[in-house]
Design a protein around this ligand. Structure first.
Ligand SMILES: Nc1nc2c(c(=O)[nH]1)N[C@H]1C(S)=C(S)[C@@H](COP(=O)(O)OP(=O)(O)OC[C@H]3O[C@@H](n4cnc5c(=O)[nH]c(N)nc54)[C@H](O)[C@@H]3O)O[C@H]1N2
Ligand SMILES: Nc1nc2c(c(=O)[nH]1)N[C@H]1C(S)=C(S)[C@@H](COP(=O)(O)OP(=O)(O)OC[C@H]3O[C@@H](n4cnc5c(=O)[nH]c(N)nc54)[C@H](O)[C@@H]3O)O[C@H]1N2
Ligand code: SF4
Ligand SMILES: [Mo]
Length: 743
């Protein structure tokens, strides 16, 4: 007898967080379950049935024979399958001696992108970090969004209090260095960007895209302007200058809530549109027109993403984007760039409303290159040197959690060699891939369908407020622990406890202690109200009930709780974003800091760059609809079809470098070179080549049979790990000079 059920699932693959319906067939007699079909959930209050081609990958991922289902231990250089007890015992045998010899900082952690998509990993990593007590914490944030976190932290007071375009009520969007048509939004959770952009244009609104490539987003916009990679600061300064110059500045309601306004005009004085035009490659008239339209449109927003972050002026560019939103009165206004109000775990819904401690950087620095800590982490690009440079404080063990930095960060070859020098490495990963092959122990998490989910991260960036929960859809194999349990166990082992410690009891004790510290006497009834839930569900229930829409443990009738969202499988809509300033601010002054000193100071570097010659040919990255960073190339439904890891070049560049469409070319940056297939395209700005990242699956010792068939070229193998935005420490991934040669 077969039974078919259909369950709601929040897609864990990208930031759009679409609600899906997964049809599952269960064989009554044996209990064996199969995924039959994945489709959009039309009833989902947030995504309303939208899904992209990657969603079907959920079935392929669940079924993938290469997906690890058992821990692996490396014995004499070869991975062998092991029981969970054996794997933890191996960690207990090898991790504590590293700490005993080198201290807490001898162990490093590195977190990858899927951590943000997993409730258990996201909620429990802080516990692991506390038990390890190391300063050597690294993550994909520093090859991604940390410049935006820093600029928003300085301006608004919390690392993750980041405004997002209110697209459904906006009439003008300026999109810089982002391709939401493909990425489905980032630091902006916006399922079906395409449909929302179409609606915006149909109501008479306008979308302008600024990108060195005529992207899918640009093709569906009203205007597209090529920009020289890395030159966004000049373009943004040009617009800001025009706003002052033409008397268009109007802060509206925000005028009462800003500090530093008078410092802006003098700081921007040298950057008239006419002066920066050549440097950024955009006509002065275009910048002036954008300034006027922004000022004249009551509902408008400026948004930037990867292209504006992963460059040498990432933090300043990210700052200037929000400066433009403030100067035109569009920050925190309907149809502008607004602050979501998440139901739980919001960076700017906790603590006292209206002011806070703000953010600081550089509380410590990296050992080798003396690079400042930002948001409690060091740049991922410093990881290799911290491992391969001997001396006190050297990293000797690594815990990698859902991370593939050998492919996803610059100069992975150096990092790969460094990983082999470690005394011990654990990878919590579902594949034996380019990074986990270096581990001594690999702990595989459950398939996403076997895991519960709530968007801890992305409700903070959602264009509309909502709360949704997915219970596990499929029963997991016997003995498969949750990832949060594995993290707690590793932490306990590092803290000197035995490998078979009762992690449930540890979790109970940690929560009790935290609540007692925060609530004193009132902790006991709260704990009682949360019972019998445990683990992430208990933290989620606590977050929801104490959150801005919560039932406040009975004091707010009809308020949210986990039980309430469990009872609404397609989610609960919490309405459009609402103005939140000053309440959302967590700066010490209780004001928006428009002119943080660190950012003003960095304008000196901008001034110096203004005079420098632009390179003849530079490389940038791109994303693709059927791929997600480095790890979805093993899923047959996504990997099939046209080969996508191509180097896009403009016909003029193809002609001068004698490159033929479909032929191979060598791309070189100093002593680093890769070979990639050329695709000639007039969507490119002349002088710029675009290659997606996350490819290069030809490395030995991995177990990803489908990906290995068409490995592609690794963009990051060309890039220099020492090129960073000095303020945020973020890697420079865009606008790097290269030479091209036909093979
Ligand atoms: N040149 C260039 N480089 C880039 C970028 C770029 O634009 N250009 N983009 C950067 C960005 S934005 C990011 S976010 C980073 C991403 O950098 P990473 O996070 O290092 O890379 P991913 O490819 O996302 O790798 C995720 C890893 O998690 C594993 N995984 C997947 N699901 C699970 C799970 O449920 N549990 C566990 N434990 N593991 C899981 C995968 O097998 C894979 O090993 O790459 C960055 N690198
Ligand atoms: N399908 C798919 N979706 C994804 C991912 C994926 O790999 N595939 N990855 C997810 C992740 S981890 C993230 S962080 C998000 C990223 O989301 P987005 O930022 O929207 O994605 P990208 O396609 O990297 O867009 C960056 C754009 O910047 C442009 N660019 C490059 N250099 C410059 C520059 O100097 N200036 C300007 N103005 N533009 C420049 C590139 O041409 C590109 O179009 O996407 C997420 N969603
Ligand atoms: S856009 Fe695609 S990958 Fe992203 S959440 Fe939606 S279905 Fe999943
Ligand atoms: Mo990312």
């Amino acid at each position: 007898m077969l039974e078919t059920t259909s369950v709601h699932r929040i897609c864990p693959f990208c930031e759009a967080c679409c609600g899906l319906k997964v049809d599952i067939e269960t064989e009554r007699a044996t209990g064996v379950q199969r995924v039959i079909k994945v489709r959009g959930d039309d009833d989902d209050v947030f995504s309303k049935g939208f899904l992209c081609p990657k969603a079907v990958g959920l079935k392929d991922l669940h079924d993938d024979p290469d997906r690890l289902r058992t821990p692996l231990i490396k014995r004499d250089g070869v991975f062998v399958e092991a029981s969970w007890d054996e794997a933890y015992a191996e960690i207990a045998r090898r991790l504590p001696p590293v700490i005993a010899a080198g201290g807490a900082n001898a162990v490093a952690t590195v977190l990858g992108n899927p951590v943000a998509h997993k409730m258990g990993l996201m909620l429990y990593f802080p516990r692991l970090a506390r038990m390890l007590g190391t300063r050597n914490m690294f993550s994909a944030s520093s090859v991604d969004q940390i410049p935006k976190m820093l600029s928003c932290g300085l301006m608004f007071g919390s690392w993750l209090g980041i405004p997002v375009p209110d697209i459904e009520r906006s009439d003008y969007l300026l999109i810089i260095g982002a391709n939401p048509m493909v990425s489905n939004g980032s630091l902006w959770t916006v399922p079906d960007y395409r449909g929302k952009a179409k609606a915006l244009r149909e109501r008479g609104g306008k979308i302008v895209v600024v990108d060195p490539r005529r992207t899918e987003t640009a093709a569906a916009a009203d205007e597209h302007h090529f920009i020289r990679p890395g030159a966004d600061v000049f373009f943004l300064l040009g617009i800001a200058h025009a706003l002052f110059d033409e008397g268009l500045v109007d802060l509206k309601r925000l005028a009462a809530h800003v500090n530093g306004f008078e410092q802006l005009q003098p700081a921007f004085g040298a950057y008239s549109p006419e002066r920066v035009a050549v440097r950024c490659g955009i006509d002065a008239a275009v910048m002036r027109d954008i300034a006027r339209t922004l000022a004249a449109t009551p509902r408008a927003a400026v948004y930037g993403r990867i292209g504006t972050c992963t460059q040498q002026f990432g933090t300043v560019a990210s700052w200037l984007i929000d400066v433009l939103n403030v100067l035109t009165g569009h920050l925190d206004a309907e149809g502008g760039a607004m602050f979501p109000r998440p139901a739980a775990f919001g960076a700017n819904t906790r603590g006292k409303p209206g002011s806070g401690r703000g953010v600081v950087t550089g509380r410590y620095a990296s050992r080798v290159s003396n690079v400042a800590e930002v948001s409690g982490e060091l740049p991922l690009t410093c990881l290799a040197e911290e491992i391969d440079t001997p001396g006190p404080g050297q990293i000797r063990a690594l815990i990698a959690i859902a991370a593939n930095p050998v492919l996803s960060s610059p100069n992975g070859a150096r990092l790969a060699a460094a990983l082999d020098q470690l005394d011990f490495m654990v990878s919590m990963d579902i594949y034996l891939n380019e990074t986990s092959r270096h581990a001594d122990v690999i702990l595989p998490g459950p398939s996403p369908l076997e895991d519960a989910h709530y968007d801890v991260s992305f409700t903070q960036f959602s264009h509309r407020n909502h709360a949704r929960y997915s219970a596990p859809a499929i029963a997991r194999p016997a003995g498969q622990p949750d990832e949060w349990e594995s993290m707690l166990r590793i932490g306990a082992i590092a803290a000197g406890m035995p490998a078979d410690v009762d992690v449930g009891a540890l979790d109970d004790a940690a929560l009790r202690e935290e609540l007692e510290r925060a609530l004193g006497e009132a902790a006991a009834p709260v704990l009682a109200a949360l019972a019998p839930r445990r683990g992430p569900q208990r933290l989620l229930d606590l977050g929801l009930r104490g959150g801005p829409y919560g039932d406040q443990f009975g004091r707010q009738l009809g308020g949210l709780s986990l039980a309430a969202i469990e009872a609404a499988p397609s989610g609960i809509d919490l309405g459009a974003m609402v103005p939140r300033i000053p309440e959302a601010l967590r700066t010490p002054s209780g004001k928006i800091e428009l002119a943080p000193q660190m950012l003003l100071d960095d304008l000196a570097r901008v001034a110096a760059e203004m005079a420098s010659e632009a390179p003849d040919m530079v490389i940038i990255g791109r994303r693709q609809l059927r791929s997600n960073n480095s790890w979805m190339h093993n899923l047959p439904a996504l990997a099939k079809g046209t080969f996508r890891c191509t180097a896009l070049v403009h016909p003029l560049d193809a002609a001068r470098f004698k490159l033929a469409d479909g032929a191979m070319a060598s791309i070189r940056n100093g002593d680093k070179s890769i070979t990639a297939q050329v695709e000639i395209s007039d969507d490119m700005m002349p002088g710029v080549v675009s290659l997606p990242h996350g490819w290069g699956h030809h490395l030995p010792g991995t177990q990803m049979a489908v990906a290995a068939q068409r490995p592609g070229a690794n963009l990051n193998a060309l890039l220099d790990e020492n090129l960073r935005d000095p303020l945020s420490g973020n890697a420079v991934l865009s606008g790097v000079a290269v030479t091209l040669e036909a093979i």
